[in-house]
Design a protein. Structure first.
Length: 160
């Protein structure tokens, strides 16, 4: 549905340009629209624009956060159909030069209406850091036993 809406928008944009510009400008406008559409398709790993920004694409705040692995991508709905929670493990650095800590990050994926999800900062999707006292509770909710073991071992190695 999003792909079809994008095509209709491109056609509408091109039609409007036809009325306002000569043939050369019209062809350039259509060409730029096609380039934009292809960039969006490639950016989303060969799929037409997904209905949200996927967790593996969220890398903010870059100065502090570095993704190790998405443990739960939120593909399955939780309590409500529009509430899809992603959980990741990564490193967090408070200041430049500090040794990064391994932490759990969490976020709510977006949807067609709001692709960015939550939390976000200045229009960029971000992760929030799960307080360490809640790590075990969050890890217990993961569906993959391998991801549970990975998270526990990485978090344990950081405590040493």
């Amino acid at each position: 549905m999003v792909k079809q809406a994008t095509i209709w928008a491109l056609r509408g944009y091109a039609a409007k340009s036809c009325r306002l510009a000569d043939g050369l400008k019209n062809r350039l406008t259509i060409f730029m629209g096609v380039i934009w559409f292809l960039r969006q398709t490639l950016k989303n790993k060969g799929h037409a624009m997904s209905d949200y920004i996927t967790p593996d694409q969220v890398d903010s705040p870059r100065r502090h956060w570095s993704l190790i692995k998405v443990l739960e991508d939120g593909a399955k709905p939780d309590v409500r159909d529009d509430c899809r929670v992603a959980i990741a493990i990564g490193t967090w650095r408070d200041e430049e030069g500090d040794t990064p800590d391994t932490v759990l990050g969490m976020r709510w994926n977006g949807n067609e209406d709001s692709r960015i999800g939550n939390p976000q900062s200045r229009g960029l999707p971000t992760w929030f850091i799960v307080p360490s006292r809640l790590n075990d509770a969050v890890i217990d909710t993961l569906s993959s036993e391998d991801n549970k073991a990975l998270a526990r071992s990485l978090l344990k190695a950081t405590k040493r």
